[in-house]
Design a protein around this ligand. Structure first.
Ligand SMILES: Nc1nc2c(ncn2[C@@H]2O[C@H](COP(=O)(O)OP(=O)(O)OP(=O)(O)O)[C@@H](O)[C@H]2O)c(=O)[nH]1
Ligand SMILES: [Mg+2]
Length: 408
């Protein structure tokens, strides 16, 4: 894409310290304060409830063998939300996990081996969560020696992956069996179905498969007495942004008080006349919140590619100190100290794309989060004012995640 201008990326995104804010940060962000207090209480309640429920059931630590044993001696539950990737063999579970959370290029998933043991990945990101990649050949509900509480005991989401390019009838039968078991025994687990590998399908065929799978699942569930069961369906592929979009929606359901985050972003968009604002998890490029205008793929794609670009630059050049001569020239030209010209001393960047003349702004929130916004055409000259508003929201967001971050 042709660029007309590019204004400074300073210190690196990943390596900057998590928070440099004073404890008075929220007091300047009035809208957030009462909700933050409430949030702390709700979060604590949820945590205690989860701990109570799992009091006798220790979370399995590092190997699958624990799942096959009689209940292990009680250990304190970690309380981390879990994303459970399940589905038939070769449906694409490990590929999804590798592409989204380990930045594996999609083409290289061709060389992944079939998973023979449960793989657990700890994600220390904006919130601590785990991704469990199950081997497709084991039906966990058929094997009575498996300790189900060790799998479904923590709050989280079950992601069932169906290969849409293959015959999916058996996968849907297993999915129905799994959903029924989960709904009966672990109703707090969110159930998400990824109708996967849709990259090779025509739009019409995609829609047809989508409709067919939904009908097969909903019919079976209503036959068993579960009307309108909370099961969500997503069309996904690792070869485009759809897998990130789907994961964004799954993760958002696990964030306590998501509404507060959305309200902050919506109000920022209104104040600064942004077309769209996203709060991104930098490494996975999942967006964990956006403003209330409908999400559209095009703006998500450009914002997520922008993050990639910035990270690549940082990886190549590392931390960038402005030379003092350059520093002085900037101050002389603008007749004000540099600290007043740039909104923050760490990563920030703004780019203007020539085709739409819409500036795109990126600001680091902490070491794992970045705020990225698409601005309206021609609004680049308002950047000092915009930066002030972004600053306030970034402080509010930092406080938000200080509270929701798992307490050790
Ligand atoms: N076309 C296409 N192929 C995909 C996609 N996702 C994964 N694949 C391919 O599907 C094959 C199987 O992927 P895996 O990730 O190993 O499948 P799995 O579900 O982990 O399989 P098991 O570990 O055996 O249970 C690989 O060759 C991937 O390249 C996709 O979105 N589109
Ligand atoms: Mg696998």
């Amino acid at each position: 894409m042709p660029l007309t201008s590019f204004a400074g990326a300073s210190t690196p995104l990943p390596s900057s310290p998590p928070s440099r804010l004073s404890s008075s940060a929220t007091s300047t962000f009035k809208e957030a304060s009462p909700a933050l207090l409430n949030l702390e209480r709700v979060y604590e309640q949820n945590r205690q409830r989860t701990q109570k429920r799992n009091g006798t059931t220790a979370a399995a630590k590092h190997s699958e063998s624990v799942l096959h044993s009689p209940p292990a001696p009680p250990a304190p539950p970690k309380g981390k939300p879990r994303l459970l990737l399940m589905g038939q063999r070769a449906s694409g579970k490990s590929s999804i996990s590798s592409v989204v959370f380990h930045k594996l290029p999609p083409n290289e998933t061709l060389f992944l081996e079939s998973t023979s043991r449960l793989q657990k990945d700890d994600m220390a990101s904006f919130m601590d969560f785990q991704v469990w990649d199950f081997p497709g050949q084991i039906d966990y509900f058929e094997d009575s020696s498996i300790n189900m509480d060790a799998i479904f005991g923590e709050m989280g989401a079950l992601i069932w992956v169906i290969d849409s390019q293959d015959d999916y009838l058996e996968a849907v039968t297993r999915l129905n069996n799994t959903i029924l078991n989960v709904l009966r025994n672990y109703p707090s687990i969110k159930i998400e179905v990824f109708i996967h590998k849709v990259d090779g399908l025509s739009d019409d065929f995609k829609m047809e498969i989508h409709r067919d799978i939904i009908i097969r699942v909903q019919d079976e569930l209503s036959d068993q007495g579960f009307e309108n069961a909370p099961v969500n369906f997503h069309l996904t592929s690792i070869y485009d942004h759809s897998i990130f979009e789907a994961f964004s929606k799954v993760i958002q359901k696990l964030i306590p008080r998501l509404g507060q985050l959305e309200a902050m972003l919506t109000s920022l968009c209104r104040t600064c006349r942004f077309e769209k604002a996203y709060l991104f998890d930098v490494l996975s490029k999942i967006y964990i919140a956006t403003d209330s205008t409908p999400a559209e793929m095009a703006s998500y794609e450009v914002c997520s590619d922008f993050i990639d670009g910035i990270i690549d630059i940082i990886e190549v050049y590392g931390s960038w100190e402005r030379p003092s001569a350059y520093h002085q020239r900037l101050e002389a030209e603008q007749h004000q100290p540099l600290a007043d010209q740039i909104a923050c001393p760490w990563a920030e960047s703004c780019i203007v794309l020539a085709d739409g003349s819409k500036p795109i702004l990126l600001r680091e929130v902490d070491k794992s989060l970045a705020l990225v916004a698409v601005m309206q055409e021609g609004s680049y000259d308002k950047i000092p004012l915009i930066n002030m508003n972004v600053d306030v929201v970034v402080k509010g967001l930092t406080e938000f995640f200080k509270i929701t971050k798992h307490k050790k």
